[in-house]
Design a binder for this molecule. Structure first.
Ligand code: NDP
Length: 237
C-alpha cells in the first residue's frame, strides 16, 4: 500500500466500546470494510447497531486476545468475511486495573495486563502476518503510561509494565515485517473519554481517532517501530 493511501480492509480488536468502536465508525464512514472483534459479540449492542447501518461492510467476530484458541479461530474465519486479506490491523483491546498500591499489586492483575496488553497484540499480529498485505499497517494502541522516560511515582503499575512490554513488541514486529513494507506503530491516543479514561479525560473518542487515523494514513516505512501520540508527535520510550 502506498504511503498516504487509505486502508480498505481493516481489523479492530476490542471494538464493542470506547476507542475501538469509534475506529470502526470512522473507518466505515470513509468506505472501508471492517472486521470488528469483541469478546462477546452477542452483547456488543452498539457494534451490532452499527453493523445494521453498514450491511455487508462490518463483520463482527468473537476474539479474546488472551486466548490462543480464540486467535486461531479468528484466523480461520477471516477468509470467510474479507477474503482473508487485511491492509490495517488495529490492536486496540486493552485493560487497566485501577487502584493498585505498592505492596498490594497482585500476580493476577499483572498476568492479566501482560496477556491482554502485550502478549495479545504480539501473538495476534504474528498469527495474522500472512493475512497482512505487503505495505499494510499495524497500529498498536499504547499509552503514555507505558513510557519509561515519562514515569514518575507509582501509578497503574501493571498497566504501565504491560504497555512498556507492548512497546517492545511493536519494535520487534516492525523489524520482522519491514522487508514486506509493513509499518508497525505504537500510538498514544491521548487521555480519552471512555470507560477506561473516565469522565475527567480530556478529549472525546472522535478527536482521538481522527488524529490516530491521520497518523496511520501518513506513516511511511521510516516511521515503523516508533512511538507517536494522536497528533503525530514523537513519544519518548
Ligand atoms: P475501554 O475500557 O473503553 O475498552 C477496552 C476494550 O478492550 C473493550 O472493548 C474490551 O472488551 C476490550 N478488551 C479488554 N480485554 C480484552 C480481551 N482479553 N480480549 C479482547 N478484548 C478485550 O478502553 P478504551 O477504549 O479507552 O481503550 C482502548 C485502548 O486505548 C486500550 O488499549 C487502552 O489501553 C488505550 N488507551 C486508552 C486511553 C484512554 O484515556 N482511554 C489512554 C491511553 C491508552 P470488553 O467490553 O469485553 O471488556
Amino acid at each position: 500500500m502506498a504511503p498516504s493511501s487509505k486502508p480498505r480492509q481493516c481489523l479492530v480488536t476490542g471494538a464493542n466500546r470506547g476507542i475501538g468502536l469509534e475506529f470502526c465508525r470512522q473507518l466505515l464512514e470513509r468506505g472501508a470494510e471492517v472486521v470488528a472483534t469483541a469478546r462477546s459479540p452477542g452483547r456488543a449492542n452498539d457494534l451490532n447497531h452499527l453493523a445494521g447501518e453498514y450491511p455487508g461492510r462490518l463483520h463482527v467476530l468473537p476474539l479474546d486476545v488472551t486466548e490462543a484458541k480464540s486467535i486461531a479461530e479468528l484466523v480461520r474465519e477471516l477468509p470467510l468475511v474479507v477474503d482473508g486479506r487485511l491492509d490495517l490491523l488495529i490492536n486496540n483491546a486493552g485493560v487497566l486495573h485501577s487502584g493498585e498500591r505498592f505492596g498490594h499489586v497482585t500476580s493476577t492483575n499483572l498476568d492479566d495486563s501482560l496477556r491482554t496488553n502485550a502478549s495479545g497484540p504480539f501473538l495476534l499480529t504474528q498469527a495474522l502476518s500472512e493475512a497482512l498485505e505487503d505495505g499494510a499497517r499495524v497500529a498498536n494502541i499504547s499509552s503514555q503510561l507505558g513510557s519509561i522516560e515519562n514515569t514518575t511515582g507509582f501509578y497503574t503499575p501493571t498497566y504501565a509494565i504491560s504497555k512498556a512490554a507492548q512497546n517492545m513488541a511493536t519494535r520487534l514486529l516492525a523489524n520482522a515485517l519491514r522487508e514486506r513494507g509493513i509499518v508497525v506503530l505504537a500510538l498514544h491516543p491521548g487521555w480519552v473519554q471512555t470507560e477506561m479514561g473516565g469522565p475527567d479525560a480530556q478529549i472525546p473518542p472522535t478527536q482521538a481517532v481522527e488524529g490516530l487515523l491521520r497518523v496511520i494514513d501518513d506513516a511511511e516505512l521510516e516511521q515503523s517501530g516508533r512511538f507517536f501520540d494522536y497528533n503525530g508527535d514523537p513519544m519518548p520510550w
